[in-house]
Design a binder for this molecule. Structure first.
Ligand code: GDP
Length: 356
């Protein structure tokens, strides 16, 4: 499964956020036999459609899609030169599929800051500089080989040009992701800053209410997504009963828990989407890459479904709800029969037909 690595300076609130994420763990409820690693948090992606389907189909349970977060401890200034836990740190990031940077916005005299004062823009630069320096080393090591290959093989010239362009971007202090470069020709270098980024700004309540501040921070990290939450509050929310948590959120005038937003945005940042199945046993969201075809989607349930794929019966969630039942939807001609080239849309409700 794809994972999101959580990074950030010491005392940014990473552990607090990560603990909240793991308390929210859906593995225990839905996958009782899964082994859970201590530094991995698997959280459900909230999806209101599942509850609606469960009512329509009288499902015994709902199973959401999940997204995995890995706690990557230990970045310090100089990590790219191997300082602190530098090398181990960088190799853990290399394994992650996206990077979630936790950035401190809250001020608290009792919680020290490595630089003595809270400055989100500086902190982001500190971390990104280490990642950029590590990528520059990778690029500089690869270039002589790529230049030689490109001289002998014209097909390699596009790769060389892409890597040279990446070098320029990195030299100017930007990440490959922020510069919007095409990742495909750079793939073989496994660059850290080519991964998709998202930013969690760890705020206290007064900062959460400060729209100007939030806009400024959004601008700093664009085109990456910015999520604003209070990690301490989130860690308290996950300990509450659902009713109590709802009341608490309403009092603070917050629509939904920050962790829910993080799960959804994280899922999207990984390039994933869901399709839905529904029946008396369960209503379930299945994870597929954006752009997946119907047989690929079937293969997520079982490889035999993909091998023996014949057709998919597909209806959009909205059409199904409007019709009230699968039977009614069929009689209204709202259920489509799709073949092996069909590209799945988010929120398709599907039944597969296959040979066994
Ligand atoms: P880490 O080093 O990034 O893992 O940071 P921690 O999660 O250990 O947090 C460092 C300290 O900041 C702890 O004492 C937390 O209780 C506190 N802290 C974390 N998040 C918040 C927050 O949103 N507001 C305030 N006031 N304190 C926080």
């Amino acid at each position: 499964a794809l994972t999101i690595g959580i990074v950030g300076l010491p005392n940014a609130g990473k552990s607090t956020l990560f603990n909240a994420l793991t308390r929210n763990d859906v593995l225990a409820a839905n996958y009782p036999f899964a082994t859970i690693e201590p530094n991995v948090g698997v959280v459900g992606v909230p999806d209101a459609r599942l509850g609606v389907l469960a009512e329509l189909f009288h499902s015994e349970r709902t199973v959401p899609a999940t997204v995995s977060f890995v706690d990557i401890a230990g970045i310090v200034r100089g990590a790219s030169k191997g300082e602190g836990m530098g090398n181990a740190f960088l190799s853990h990031i290399r394994e992650a599929d996206a990077i979630c940077q936790v950035t401190r916005v809250f001020t608290d005299a009792d919680v020290t800051h490595v630089d003595g004062r809270v400055n989100p823009g500086n902190d982001i630069e500190t971390i990104n500089t280490e990642l950029i320096l590590a990528d520059l080393q990778t690029v500089e090591r690869a270039l002589p080989r790529l230049e030689k290959e490109a001289r002998m093989n014209k097909d390699k010239q596009a790769t060389l040009a892409a890597v040279q362009q990446a070098q320029e971007v990195l030299d100017s202090g930007r990440t490959v992701f922020a510069a919007g470069l095409d990742r495909e020709p750079l793939r073989e270098l496994f660059l850290l800053t080519a991964k998709p980024f998202l930013y969690v700004f760890n705020c206290d309540s007064d900062e959460l209410a400060d729209d100007d501040l939030k806009d400024r921070l959004r601008t700093i990290v664009a085109p990456a997504e910015a999520i604003f939450l209070d990690a301490k509050i989130e860690s308290e929310l996950v300990e509450m009963e659902p009713d109590e948590a709802r009341e608490f959120l309403a009092e603070m005038d917050v629509e939904e828990p920050g962790l829910d937003v993080l799960a959804r945005v994280g899922f999207d940042t990984l390039g994933l989407q869901t399709y839905l199945t529904a029946g008396p046993k369960e209503s379930r969201a299945w994870t597929i890459p954006k752009g997946a075809t119907a047989p690929e989607a079937a293969g997520v349930i079982h490889t035999d479904f993909q091998k023996g794929f014949i057709k998919a019966e597909v209806i959009s969630f909205e059409d199904l709800v409007a019709a009230g039942s699968m039977v009614a939807a069929r009689s209204k001609g709202k259920v489509r029969l799709e073949g092996k080239d069909y590209v799945m849309a988010d929120g398709d409700v599907v039944e597969f037909r296959f040979n066994v």
